[in-house]
Design a protein around this ligand. Structure first.
Ligand SMILES: [Zn+2]
Length: 151
């Protein structure tokens, strides 16, 4: 575990293939250090090396990192290219359950998160809580009975 050299928050380690896929080519080569992602929404750093010698900031990263963005489009599912705005639209258009949102947006099940998601992990960690929160806000859907892992 390594802490972000700018905001000091603990990061999550990511694989080199993830970093390589999302940073601008002008940042190459990435070197041999291990990289982590800073998940602090208020910090401009996206990736940093374990020894703190190198930080890759938002401007160095081609992909929009959901939790670092405050404006649309905010990607929710990178494999299927679904944004928070797509989900909200589906709910406005009548989706009342997680399954209905999934059917309307095609979210989930892409299986390439390690490469497509800049955090290098399954997008469901982002979109499930988001969809459930938005449904609950509108008085729909209870998390009970929803299968835990949909990929
Ligand atoms: Zn940070």
């Amino acid at each position: 575990m390594a802490a972000c050299p700018i905001c000091s928050r603990e990061g999550s380690e990511v694989e080199k293939i993830t970093v390589a896929n999302h940073v601008r080519e002008s940042c190459w080569p990435l070197g041999d250090e291990k990289y982590s992602i800073c998940e602090n929404p208020d910090c401009m750093v996206v990736y940093f090396t374990a020894d703190g010698s190198r930080t890759l900031k938002k401007a160095d990263v081609k992909t929009r990192v959901t939790f670092k963005e405050k404006d649309a489009p905010r990607p929710l599912c990178y494999c299927q290219q679904v944004t928070e705005e797509n989900v909200l639209k589906a709910i406005e258009n009548g989706a009342k359950t997680f399954e209905e949102v999934r059917a309307a947006t095609g979210i989930g099940g892409g299986g390439h998160c390690k490469v497509t998601n800049p955090a290098g992990r399954c997008c469901s960690r982002n979109y499930r809580p988001f969809i459930e929160k938005e449904l609950m806000k509108r008085g729909h859907g209870s998390p009970a009975g929803i299968p835990l892992f949909l990929g």
